[in-house]
Design a protein around this ligand. Structure first.
Ligand code: NAD
Length: 472
């Protein structure tokens, strides 16, 4: 084994390392590749106190200066993209080039978010009076992120929270803490102490954070089940909440598409990052007239896919990231097979680590678990449809409402369908397109609150109305 990582917590701009540690496993090999600090209530209190102490000065810091510091932070990510990308592949599993892209993408995202301007609204103005609505930071934010895009999703929380004048305590997933902790170490050279604190820990740490009285807001990205727990826990202090939760996104492929020109994008929309994307296509509805052709071409792509250890050049799809998720994907596959459904498997996968072949399920019934549940892994149900009203009803018959896509040559028809889908984002003839200036918000059990866009910034602030009379 070449590397063994032991990054520290970053609290008040300094290292802290409790004696308890968590092993971090490379999902491609099953080997322990590092250890992360297992922070307890002492470290949590220290981190929140540091963030509370840093808040008055940071909120009073001119926006231009905050931008400058966050720009330097983005530059640090760029400069360390090789080192961080390697660490990310080893803990997350994604192929090396894509892991490096996540680091560079995080820097790009920070730059995009800090360009957005919070509005100062003048609601009324006359010679005698003026009403201004300002946006103020909330205080100390608790950021909690999952393991699928650990650095990108952490960067979203950092950029939104810090540019709006809040301070942050951020917790990565215990499955992927190393790269984020290392970013905390690197941030100390560019951000004032206490503004960004990064702590890692086991299953007890998240609930301790959301119940901690020092936080004004919880910004959470993860599963719907955890989101519900967090909402209950945050009720005590009436903490503000952003909940970016699970999805079971559908794509609709209309009869008039040119199959050859869309099939690769359909495949990527489902299997990029081995299907572990909240906005990945998890149900693919294909018009009956082209169903067989699309299915067969997707199967060809799955058979040609190179799945393996992300450190090996040429690998395009890594493992499922962790053991519980691996078991969950296998369980969905087993259930589908046992109930007599046809599974179309992709290329063979390595026998070590948490690998699952990229798998298509041929036209399962709408109530099959592989259709109704979020797999969050490399398994995609293909579903036939005949009629537009019918498919919209089937797509909307879902507890989640994160994103979705419509594919068709008639863009006006696709737009009309998009407007009827109960999701926060709809792509037309594309997928997985996200941008710092475009709000992302879940409907239904996919959560509430917004990230990205001015609406995302507003979610980290509260309005203050100032009513001025010139009468005296
Ligand atoms: P998860 O909910 O199990 O864990 C997410 C984070 O929450 C981890 O850091 C975990 O340690 C922490 N956590 C767990 N229990 C907690 C509790 N009771 N209180 C506070 N924190 C707690 O999710 P996961 O398995 O890491 O991620 C996969 C899920 O995330 C999928 O459902 C996926 O769709 C979703 N996701 C959503 C988005 C989005 O933007 N909507 C983005 C990425 C992933």
């Amino acid at each position: 084994m070449s590397e063994f990582y032991t990054p520290m917590l970053t609290i008040n701009g300094e290292s802290l390392s409790p004696s308890n540690k968590l092993d971090v496993i490379n999902p491609a090999t099953g080997e322990v590749i590092g250890q992360a600090p297992d922070a307890g209530s002492f470290e949590l209190d220290q981190a929140v106190s540091a963030a509370l102490r840093a808040f008055p000065e940071w909120r009073a810091t001119a926006n231009a200066v905050r931008k400058e510091k966050l720009e330097k932070f983005a530059a640090v990510l760029d400069q360390h993209a090789d080192e961080l990308g390697r660490m990310l592949t080893l803990e997350q599993g994604r192929p090396l080039e894509l892991a490096k892209q996540e680091i560079l993408g995080a820097a790009y995202w920070i730059r995009g978010i800090i360009q957005l301007e919070l509005p100062l609204v003048v609601e009324q103005e006359s010679p005698l009076s003026r009403v201004e609505v300002h946006q103020e930071p909330l205080g100390v934010v608790c950021g909690i992120v999952p393991w699928n895009y650990p650095v990108m999703l952490a960067a979203w929380k950092i950029a939104h929270a810090l540019i709006t004048g809040n301070t942050l305590v951020l917790k990565p997933s215990p499955f992927t803490p190393l790269t984020t902790l290392r970013i905390g170490e690197l941030s100390r050279s560019v951000l004032p102490p206490g503004v960004l604190n990064i702590i890692s820990g086991g299953d007890a740490l998240g609930p301790s954070m959301t119940g901690h009285a020092g936080f004004a807001k919880v910004s959470f990205t993860g599963s719907t089940a955890t989101g519900k727990r967090i909402m209950a826990s945050a009720a005590h202090g009436l903490k503000r909440l952003t909940l970016e939760l699970g999805g079971n996104d559908a794509a609709i492929v209309l009869a008039d598409v040119d199959v050859d020109s869309v099939v690769r994008a359909l495949f990527d929309g489902a299997f990029t990052n081995t299907g572990q994307i909240c906005v990945a296509c998890k149900r693919l509805y294909i018009h009956d007239s082209i169903y067989d052709e699309v299915r067969d071409k997707l199967h060809e792509l799955a058979r040609a896919a190179r799945v393996g250890d992300g450190m090996v050049p040429g690998i395009a799809y890594g493992p499922v990231q962790n053991l519980p998720q691996y078991r969950r994907v296998l369980q969905l596959r087993d259930e589908a097979r046992q109930s007599g459904l046809t599974l179309l498997e992709g290329s063979p996968v390595p026998q070590c680590g948490y690998f699952v072949p990229l798998t298509l399920v041929d036209n399962p019934p709408d109530d099959a678990p592989v259709v109704t549940e979020e797999a969050f892994g490399p398994i995609l149900p293909l579903l036939r449809f005949q009629d537009i009203d019918e498919v919209i009803e089937r797509v909307n018959h879902c507890d989640y409402g994160l994103a979705g896509a419509v594919w068709g040559r008639d863009v006006e028809q696709a737009k009309a369908i998009a407007r009827r889908l109960q999701t926060g984002t709809v792509w037309i003839n594309q997928n997985l397109a996200l941008h710092p200036s475009v709000p992302m918000a879940g409907h239904k059990l996919s959560g509430f609150g917004t990230e990205n866009g001015v609406a995302g910034l507003l979610a980290f602030t509260q309005p203050k109305s100032i009513l001025i009379s010139n009468a005296c």
